[in-house]
Design a protein around this ligand. Structure first.
Ligand code: NAP
Length: 479
């Protein structure tokens, strides 16, 4: 980790913040500071904007094959450095090494996927209905972009945006979360090594997000915002983007229902629950937040889930055999504690976990709550921790209504062995993605995103590239 850059990356060069400010990065497993990185202010943001704007025209003219090959090289370097990147993520974010290695593979795949898509951008040609004009349609990069990412998947949330922006021919400024800046800086070094021209990617690490981002969004030179984070911050950034009519993609929060019908295969349902709940310690927008289990199987499901959750090993992510690392920080853990306390006050039974351990680090045990009152706060709050809250239902229409009774609509999980029911329920869920008898939906080749207040647009898949492209229509008379 001694080689990991800690400065800002602007115009292809490493630099301190203009005012010399730095910010600490700590290890949530120990609370110890592991690095100090540059803490950008408004002046640095201006320099990054200038670099991105200056590089845009030439970058847009670069052959798609060249952009594709840079991404391909970056993919290969990321894969080669799996171990190094995984250790970096575990150190700054806490996830166990095995999960961090999984994230490196997932993150790298966005580069490979978009390296393949970069050379398949197609326009169109046709004669208009009146026969007097031809229509030539070309696809053009939207222009300099601002990419804002959260801390929970420090590498993959970056590559999911950088990959399509490079493929489309956009330049960009990446602002990672202050808890996890090191992974993004490591990524910038890899892209430079892969041959990305100066100014195409600029990284500003900062604890002053508003000061850095608001002028960029209001200034009129940034043409696109791609944001992943909470719905509240997304709403604020949408308002800021309105002034200069900045195009936006929003990957926001979720409140995923996990529905287990009476005809479900309970082995599959419990396996799915372990993934949907425990991936990334529950700190995922796709995390199952509300378990609706048919009353005839609820007790058995709860018992089996509690057994599996109780067997998980909690500890520092670097330690062998650990399944569950620390939560990101004390604020995140306090939120989980409050939500559990509220549910218990309203009558929930704790089947396993529920008690914060003594000692350093932001650990919280895998927890299963049953008999959860529907009025509990965790029903309409993203738990973002390893807590499964079980409620029961008796009727299909009723559970669909309750699952949809939330402002969010990112993902839902449905467990049933009946094909008709599986399709019928999936179609009626107000979500962008459904896991049918599976607890994992994320894949770089599939369009990821939500409806309602979970966001706008999609990332990944073929459509992930469209988010960074405009159409230009050329009218040419037929003579
Ligand atoms: P967050 O508080 O919304 O922060 C996300 C990013 O936005 C961070 O880089 C943050 O930096 C920045 N930010 C905050 N206020 C800002 C402002 N005024 N101007 C510019 N940037 C600002 O979310 P988080 O706690 O990091 O991440 C968890 C959330 O992300 C959850 O809601 C989760 O569901 C969501 N998420 C969604 C997806 C998806 O694909 N749908 C994927 C992963 C996570 P600061 O921390 O410095 O403010």
């Amino acid at each position: 980790m001694t080689d990991t850059p800690t400065q800002l990356f602007i115009g292809g060069a490493w630099a301190d913040a203009a005012d010399g400010a730095t910010m600490p990065v700590d290890d949530p497993a120990t609370g110890e500071i592991i690095a100090h990185v540059a803490d950008a202010g408004a002046k640095d943001a201006q320099r990054a904007e200038e670099a991105a704007v200056q590089a845009q025209e030439e970058w847009a003219r670069t052959a798609p094959r060249v952009r594709s090959e840079i991404l391909r090289r970056a993919y290969e370097i990321v894969v080669e450095r799996t171990d190094e990147l995984a250790h970096l993520m575990t150190a700054e974010m806490g996830k166990p090494l095995a999960e961090a290695r999984g994230e490196v593979a997932y993150a790298a795949e966005f580069f490979r996927w978009f390296s393949e898509e970069a050379v398949r951008v197609e326009g169109g040609h046709g004669v208009l209905p009146d026969g007097r004009n031809r229509m030539l349609l070309s696809r053009r990069p939207v222009g300099p972009c601002l990419l804002i990412t959260p801390w929970n998947f420090p590498l993959a949330m970056g590559t999911r945006k950088i990959g399509p922006a490079i493929a489309a021919g956009c330049t960009m400024i990446l602002k990672p979360a202050p808890q996890t800046p090191l992974s993004s800086l490591a990524l910038a070094a890899i892209l430079k090594e892969a041959g990305l021209p100066d100014g195409v990617l600029n990284v500003v690490t900062t604890s002053r997000a508003g000061e850095v981002c608001e002028p960029l969004l209001r200034g009129g030179r940034i043409r696109k915002l791609s944001f992943t984070g909470s719905t509240n911050v997304g709403r604020l950034l949408l308002a800021q983007s309105a002034e200069a009519v900045v195009r936006t993609s929003m990957e926001l929060g979720g409140n995923a229902p996990f529905i287990v019908f009476e005809d479900a295969d309970l082995d599959k349902a419990v396996d799915g629950a372990m993934v949907a709940k425990m991936r990334n310690m529950g700190e995922a927008c796709t995390a199952a937040n509300r378990f609706f289990v048919h009353s005839s199987v609820a007790e058995e499901f709860g018992r089996r889930l509690a057994e599996r959750m109780g067997a998980l090993v909690v500890g520092p992510g670097t330690r062998d055999g650990v399944d569950v690392g620390p939560l990101i920080d004390r604020v995140g853990r306090a939120k989980v504690e409050d939500l559990v306390a509220d549910a218990v006050e309203r009558g929930a039974r704790v089947l396993v976990g529920g008690r914060t351990p003594e000692g350093p680090g932001c650990f919280y045990p895998p927890t299963v709550l049953t008999d959860v009152d529907p009025g509990s706060r965790l029903m309409d709050t993203e738990i973002f921790g390893p807590v499964a809250a079980i409620l029961t239902f008796d009727d299909e229409d009723e559970v669909i209504r309750r699952a949809n009774d939330t402002p969010w609509g990112l993902v839902g999980y449905v467990f049933t062995e009946g094909l008709d029911r599986a399709l019928r329920v999936s179609e009626r869920l107000e979500v962008g993605m459904v896991g049918l008898n599976t607890g994992l939906v994320s894949n770089p080749a599939a369009p990821f995103g939500g409806v309602k207040q979970s966001g706008l647009g999609r990332e990944g898949g073929r459509v992930g590239l469209d988010e960074f492209l405009e159409y230009q229509y050329l009218a040419v008379p037929v003579r």
